[in-house]
Write a protein that binds this ligand. Sequence first.
Ligand SMILES: Nc1ncnc2c1ncn2[C@@H]1O[C@H](COP(=O)(O)OP(=O)(O)OP(=O)(O)O)[C@@H](O)[C@H]1O
Ligand SMILES: Nc1ccn([C@@H]2O[C@H](COP(=O)(O)O)[C@@H](O)[C@H]2O)c(=O)n1
Length: 222
Amino acid sequence: MIVAIDGPSGTGKSSTSKAVAAKLGLSYLDTGAQYRAMTWWMLSNGIDVDDASAVAMAADKPVIVSGTDPGAPTVTVDGVDATGPIRTQAVTAAVSAVSAVPEVRARLVRLQRAAAASAPEGIVVEGRDIGTTVLPDATVKIFLTASPEARAARRNGELKGMEATSLQATREALVKRDAADSGRAASPLAKADDAVEVDTTELTLEQVVECVVTLVEERTSR
Ligand SMILES: Nc1ncnc2c1ncn2[C@@H]1O[C@H](COP(=O)(O)OP(=O)(O)OP(=O)(O)O)[C@@H](O)[C@H]1O
Ligand SMILES: Nc1ccn([C@@H]2O[C@H](COP(=O)(O)O)[C@@H](O)[C@H]2O)c(=O)n1
């Protein structure tokens, strides 16, 4: 059982994937966290993330390990817990440049396919190219969307008390990252032809989870 959940930033992929995996007793893999972990390592080791050749040469160096428990997802880099550091603004601003480098993608796609193959009961994998490239034979493919306004409001809700970021600035940053992720040559953000698109703009998280669980149950009872 492989459930692929793709979509632009802030559409609810992580929240939905974790809840669906927990409900169905499946493992969970956050592939965005792996690209963030790679980016954090590049920044920490003084690699110029805008120099694609330098990033490509270093892509095999960090040892990235993802925990696949939906109740406590983790990622370590060279044995160090990177769960917190990968969420900083510096990493978010640099990750699209790093993830566009084919050598980075080749390395992480190998890890992602290995995680899917070794999940005992099956897995929910979320990202940008899971349905199109990483696991094209997934049992169910979902493509989540939401308006940029809704996504920005959700993100700003998370930031309350941390950083004073305006809704407009958050919206612009989301749209910019989506454009970079959709526009790259290597495995861009895209909906697979056989994915079910779910617009979450007017839905609560619980409604989205229910919708995905129903789709999985329908597909697997055939
Ligand atoms: N349907 C929903 N309604 C309201 N808020 C939601 C909904 N889905 C997710 N959220 C909230 O929106 C925020 C972003 O969700 P989440 O991190 O799951 O998105 P994402 O697609 O994984 O983002 P990214 O690609 O940037 O990692 C979180 O605060 C989450 O609680
Ligand atoms: N399959 C994927 C997943 C992610 N990316 C890149 O990582 C960035 C961070 O992802 P989040 O889900 O944590 O926001 C994302 O903007 C992409 O650049 C990817 O390329 N492929």
